[in-house]
Design a protein. Structure first.
Length: 291
């Protein structure tokens, strides 16, 4: 009887091998293969255990994993500390959902900063847009440590690099661009003068509200160019799907806001921005910046 050679190409799964191979998935499956082979060698014979191990490793090499459903399993059970061991940095989630009893967008609406027409998308109100423009135009120099101290409600902010400041001695705030920092400084100044309870907000709530405003800007505070809003669904291996939304000036390419949140959490706010999460999926992750 003549045996037909195995068609390796029909077995190989390129989406999980080669450049697409996930090291955490491979490591988990290799450990499982060793345990299974060792157990089989103990209950039967050593030779059978060795043969089984060879088959298991061949399957991992050709298919990327041994246990079906591995990407979902590692996504659910592997902690961030294990992912980092393989150089797989977890996605930095900067959810727009604040700690207030009101939703973040309701906070902006209650303050008169943003409004949503019937069946429309959220946008800045006319009075805030004008007050923001005036505040930006009156500034004679780029924002500095004093502005960061005021907008973050801290006693001291120490510059650590371009648009990067340490606060409280152990936390680093970094803005995506000069335009983003200008926007936050101008918005904070306007809100400080017009919203009675602005000074009562917790720091993280302040920063989150300022970032939401940046997502709604229609003109760049640095060059007054038009702003484009982009969105993308990210589905990386070993981690749950996320939605990334970012705004960029069409003229000077300054990134004004860049927010990434788990898809399940993002469903509540992406619709307000006119974002469709059913966009083409990408498997790489944009660099996260805290702002």
């Amino acid at each position: 009887m003549r045996l037909s050679p195995i068609d390796v190409g029909s077995v190989r799964q390129p989406e999980y091998t080669g450049e697409n191979r996930c090291l955490p998935c491979t490591a988990v499956n290799a450990v499982i293969a060793l345990v299974l082979a060792a157990t089989l060698g103990i209950v039967t014979t050593s030779l059978l255990g060795v043969v089984a191990l060879g088959g298991f490793l061949a399957a991992i090499y050709l298919r990327g994993y041994l246990v079906p459903g591995t990407p979902a399993l590692t996504e659910r059970y592997l902690p961030a500390s294990i992912l980092r061991l393989f150089g797989k940095e977890p996605i930095a989630s900067r959810s727009l959902e604040g700690t207030s009893s009101e939703t973040p967008w309701e906070q902006l609406a209650a303050a008169g900063v943003a409004d949503r027409p019937s069946e429309g998308t959220l946008s800045l109100t006319d009075w805030f847009r004008e007050a923001f423009r005036v505040e930006v135009s009156r500034r004679e120099s780029a924002p500095g440590a004093d502005d960061v101290e005021a907008l973050a409600a801290v006693s001291e902010a120490v510059e650590r690099g371009p648009r990067a400041y340490s606060i409280d001695g152990n936390r680093l705030l970094r803005w995506e661009s000069d335009a983003a920092l200008v926007a936050d400084a101008a918005s904070a100044s306007v809100l400080r003068e017009t919203v009675d309870d602005w000074s009562d907000l917790e720091r993280d709530d302040r920063l989150a509200l300022l970032e939401r405003i940046r997502l709604l800007l229609e003109r760049c505070p640095s060059c007054d160019g038009p702003v484009d809003r982009n969105d993308e669904r990210i589905d990386p291996c070993c981690q749950p799907p996320h939605v990334a939304v970012w705004t960029v000036c069409r003229d000077c390419d300054a990134v004004l806001a860049d927010v990434t949140a788990p898809e399940a959490d993002a469903e509540a706010w992406v619709g307000l921005l006119g974002v469709d999460t059913n966009e083409p999926t990408r498997t790489d992750v944009p660099e996260a910046v805290e702002g």
